[in-house]
Design a protein around this ligand. Sequence first.
Ligand code: SF4
Ligand code: SF4
Length: 73
Amino acid sequence: MDLTSAEKEKLMISVLNDKCDLCGCCVGVCPADALELTKLELKILPLRCTNCAKCVWSCPLEALVFNSDGVMV
Ligand code: SF4
Ligand code: SF4
């Protein structure tokens, strides 16, 4: 799914795909069912994400970050 610029602005969390090992820990903690894990990547679904940040704290590899840390989506 391609994101519109408005959806990208709304989303405050990004996945660092080079750090993520697709373990799936974050998927289980998301209360909004906004994380989609495939064999190749983890995606955040911006229309579902409430920016609660539970996934950020759950990742053992620090592969989820706040966009305010300077990461572009
Ligand atoms: S910030 Fe919250 S709602 Fe968004 S993907 Fe992470 S756990 Fe789910
Ligand atoms: S917990 Fe971290 S390493 Fe595991 S799938 Fe989520 S973002 Fe990737």
